[in-house]
Write a protein that binds this ligand. Sequence first.
Ligand code: XMP
Length: 524
Amino acid sequence: MTQYTHDRLLIIDFGSQVTQLIARRLRELNVYCEIHPYQNVTDAFLADLAPKAVILSGGPDSVTREGSPRAPESLWSMGIPVLGICYGQQTMMTQLGGEVRGGKISGGGGTAEFGRAKVSKSANLDLLDGWFSQGDEVVWMSHGDHVAKIAPGFEVYGTSPNAPYAILADASRHFYGVQFHPEVHHTPRGAKLYENFVRIAGFTGDWTMDAYKDIAIEKIRAQVGDKQVICGLSGGVDSSVTAALLHEAIGDQLTCVFVDHGLLRKDEAEDVVAMFRDNMNLKVIYADEKELFLGELEGQSDPETKRKIIGSLFIDVFQKYANQIEGAEFLAQGTLYPDVIESVSFSGGPSVTIKSHHNVGGLPEKMGLKLVEPLRELFKDEVRALGRELGLPASFIGRHPFPGPGLAIRCPGEITRAKLDILREADAVYIDQIRKHGLYDEIWQAFVAILPVRTVGVMGDGRTYDFACALRAVTSVDGMTADYYPFSHEFLGETATRIINEVPGINRVTYDITSKPPGTIEWE
Ligand code: XMP
C-alpha cells in the first residue's frame, strides 16, 4: 500500500482537453489531486489510492458507444463524494441505471450544445451554495449527448434551455453530475462549485506551493541519485524555475545548456547567460548553434515540419553537449501542462493533437538520456508561484512566455535569415512600446509575427514593397484560453508608426484580434 502524506482527490480523465483545469481549480483551493486516465483506474488502483473524493472528467467519446470508457464499478460503493462533469455525468447516469441519448454528433439526433448557456435553479443543494444568488448562472456547455433518463436516487437541481438535466445529484450519497464545465473561465463562477465539493468531501486545504516544492525536490533527488543532470535553459520562466529547483535539489550535479538556435529575440542570448551565471551562480554552457538550426530551417514553411526539425535538432544538440559532461544521465526540461495537453492527453489518455510541442516531441531511445520534468503537472501561474518560493528575481518571473521553437513559429511561410532579422527588430520596438505604456504586466504574452506577404506602401516620395506584420497581445490565465488585448487606437497607431519608421523591411502593421479558441496564441 502506498504511503501518502496528504488527503487525495482523484480525477479520472476521460480525455477532455480541459481536464487539467479541474486540477488547477483544486490546486487554487490547496487541495492535492492526481489525474489518471480511466484505463489505469482499476478497482485495485482505487483501493490503494484511497481518495477522499473523485471527479470524473469530460471526454470526447459517447457513452452510447459500445465499449466506451466507464468509471470502475467499486467507485460507487466507496462511500465518498463523486462529481461527474459532462461525459463524467453521463457515465455516472449510465452506470447507475439512468439513460443517455446520442446527440447530433454521435448520430442520435438529439440536441448538441456548445458555448455559453444559462442554468436556472430547480432546488437547493449543498454543491450549489452561493450559486443563483443573483439569478441564473452562466455556464460553458460542450456536449453532443445528453441525459435522457436520470438514475434512481437522483434529482434535478438545475436546468438550461437545452439541458433539462444540467445539474443532477443523489444528495444522500453525495453523487453530483453537471452537464457543463465548471472548470473553464467561461463558467465565471464555476470555482465555487469546486470549493463546495471539496468542503463537502472534508478537505482542509493543506496543499501549497511550498509543500509542492519540498515534494518536487524529494522526487528529483530520488530520480537522479548522484548522477549528473543537464538542463536546457531558454531564459523563459519555465526553464528558469526548472533550473532553480534542480539547483536546490542537486546543486553541482546540474549543468545548464543554453542553446542559441538563432530564433531568439533581440539581445536575449547575452541577457540570459549573464543572468544565470552572475545572479544564480549556475554552471551554464553557451551553445552557439545558430548556423545548424538556421541551415536546416531555411526555406521551410510547413508549421509541423518546422517544429519537428527544431525538436529533433534540439535533441541532437543536447546529446552533443551531454557527451561532454561526464556521467550525465538526465535531461531536465521545463515542460508544463499546457505543453502536454495539446500534444498528447495527460498521462496518455485520449485527446486530439493540435500542435506538436518541441519539448515533448519525445526523446528517441538512442539519446540515452532520461527525462526530468518537474513542472509537468503545473500551470504557468503555479510555476511563477514556485519561482517566487525559490527566490528568483521578479523580473524573470514576470517575463512573458516564449515558445521553444522561438521566432520560427512567428514567421509563417518560409523562414529566412532576413525575415528573422526584421522580425527581431519589430518585436523589440513593440515590446518597448508596451513597457513604455506600462502594459507589460497586464498582458500574458505579446509578440510580432512577420507575415509571408509583401505589400505596397509609400514613404516620402518613394514606393515601398515590404513585409506586413501582425502584432499579437493576449490576456490569459494559463495559456489554454486567451482573449486579445484591447489596446487603445492611440497605442496601436503610435506603435505602427514606430515600427514602420524604425524597422526597414516592414511597411504595414496589423493587429490580430483573434481569441483562443478558435485561434491559438502563436501563429503556428
Ligand atoms: P498556443 O499557440 O498553442 O500557445 O496557443 C500556448 C502557449 O504555449 C506556447 N507554446 C510553446 N511553448 N514549446 C513551448 O515551450 C512549444 O513548442 C510551444 N508552442 C507554443 C505559446 O507561446 C503560448 O504561451
